[in-house]
Write a protein that binds this ligand. Structure first.
Ligand SMILES: [Zn+2]
Length: 148
């Protein structure tokens, strides 16, 4: 410790700079380096990774990106912003694709239906939404500043 202290004061005297600065400068430079690295990572990240919500079928959809894969996709009420309940029970009782409907229900809005996707169960409905999202990413028509 003594050795470091004397080294610092020697360095300070040699270059005629205050001892405090001799100690602070490397720490400061380290912070700058960390900040620049962080900034570079953010800037190099594809812009679509910031695209994490949109409106499809009059419902609010939110998701996350895991590399270039959409994860944690879910739907929210356009009126009260609550998470929606997905009802696809009818899909089990009919084999006709046109009759299969996934309903999106909001508990907070008196169990009212907020939207529906025709053609299959929830797996189908979510894949439809994923296709919509990826289509917008591909055509670069997405908006990361949407106010939903
Ligand atoms: Zn609602």
């Amino acid at each position: 410790m003594e050795k470091i202290k004397s080294y610092i004061s020697e360095l300070g005297q040699a270059y005629n700079i205050p001892e405090a600065l001799v100690v602070a400068a490397p720490i400061f430079l380290l912070f700058i380096a960390i900040f620049l690295t962080f900034l570079a990572v953010k800037l190099l990240e594809p812009k679509y990774r910031l695209y994490k919500q949109d409106s499809f079928y009059n419902l609010i959809w939110k998701w996350k990106w895991k590399k270039d894969e959409i994860v944690d996709l879910w739907c929210y009420c356009p009126t009260c912003k609550s998470m929606l309940y997905v009802d696809d029970e009818n899909c089990k009782t009919t084999a006709t694709l046109g009759d299969k409907i996934t309903f999106f229900i909001c508990h907070e809005c008196n169990e009212s239906e907020k939207g529906r996707i025709r053609g299959g169960d929830r797996r189908f409905a979510f894949s439809v939404i994923k296709r919509e999202i990826l289509g917008k990413v591909r055509n670069k028509t997405f908006d990361i500043y949407l106010d939903l």
